[in-house]
Design a protein around this ligand. Structure first.
Ligand code: RIB
Length: 309
């Protein structure tokens, strides 16, 4: 039986400034430290899967700058197959990230090479794509490429987990091809037309999950940070799975850690509720560590964490 997750998505270098808190609009703060980490929602999810010991290939693009070779090297070192990671002229994707002492962040992504991942690259990678058990994808690559992947997934009956981040209006066809959609709170607000500061409570999440299910995705997971995750499946499960209480130092890539953990656990035979609990543990560990890819735990670390709860 085939055993492979394929991630189609972004690869970024994260430029991270730490300060007392995330700055307000128009405000300048003096930071405490600066670091760079390999990141990008796609690459983070691929590394998350690899650290958990599951076979994974990445389809993406880096630039021909010095960041590009470092980013490809980080993926390879983590155990991700990078044969379908191409190099294009110009700069690699970068993310400018501010992190406050409470672990909260805000991010500006400049796509660079990620913008050059085109439908023809999906066609080119079709041999590896056809061998996948599941696709993980996000919205940091062109929408037309996502749509091409979604059609491929539908035609080949391969489940597609869509992380709608960063949030934007999504075409109906894409939503209808998603087996799982996994918005966080702010993405849920945008997708479901809530106001920018409306709190996403479990009741709100339950309402939004129904709305999303009506639009086509077969299953919904709403990631609600320290509140937990709301699961709604096409099979009728409706459950709020609480988050593990940990001291967060950096929430960057917590959502990516969750998606990686959920996919691995589900494909290893867990039911969705158990997979969501496992994924919550993966995300909880990731927020106790700095950096995007460096924060992804191994399967043994997750097992120890779960045993300690
Ligand atoms: O999800 C976190 C990621 O978002 C960061 O690593 C950054 O690169 C942006 O893509």
């Amino acid at each position: 039986m085939r055993k492979l997750i394929v991630v189609v998505g972004s690869i970024n270098l994260d430029l991270v400034g730490n300060a007392e808190r995330v700055p307000l609009p128009g405000e300048t703060l003096t930071g405490r430290s600066f670091s760079t980490f390999p990141g990008g929602k796609g690459a983070n999810q691929a590394v998350g899967v690899a650290r958990l010991g599951y076979p994974v290939s990445m389809v993406g693009k880096v630039g021909d700058d010095s960041f590009g070779s470092a980013l490809r090297g980080a993926l390879r070192k983590a155990g991700v197959n990078v044969k379908a990671v191409g190099t294009v002229r110009g700069s690699s994707g970068v993310a400018l990230i501010n992190i406050g002492d409470d672990g909260q962040n805000n991010i500006v992504v400049v796509p660079g090479a990620n913008e050059k991942l085109l439908p023809k690259d999906i066609t080119r990678a079709s041999a590896v794509l056809r061998t996948a058990e599941m696709f993980l994808t996000q919205l940091e690559i062109p929408l037309i490429t996502m749509e091409t992947l979604a059609v491929f997934a539908h035609k080949n009956k391969i489940p597609l987990m869509l992380d709608p981040a960063p949030a934007r209006e999504l075409p109906k066809g894409l939503l209808q091809c998603a087996t799982w959609i996994t918005p966080n709170e702010s993405e849920t607000r945008i997708l479901c037309g809530l106001s920018a500061n409306e709190p996403v409570t479990p009741a709100t999440a339950a309402r939004c999950a129904e709305l999303l299910l009506e639009r086509g995705p077969k299953n919904v997971l709403i990631k609600m940070g320290s509140q937990g995750v709301f699961l709604a499946t096409g099979g009728g499960t409706r459950e709020m799975i609480p988050a593990f209480a940990v001291k967060a130092v950096d929430s960057t890539a917590a959502g990516d850690a969750f998606n990686a953990g959920f996919a691995v656990s589900l494909l290893s035979g867990a039911a969705p509720v158990q997979a969501a609990r496992y994924a919550s543990a993966v995300a909880a560990i990731s927020v106790t560590r700095v950096g995007a890819q460096p924060s992804m735990p191994t399967a043994r670390e997750v097992e120890r964490f779960l045993n300690s709860q």
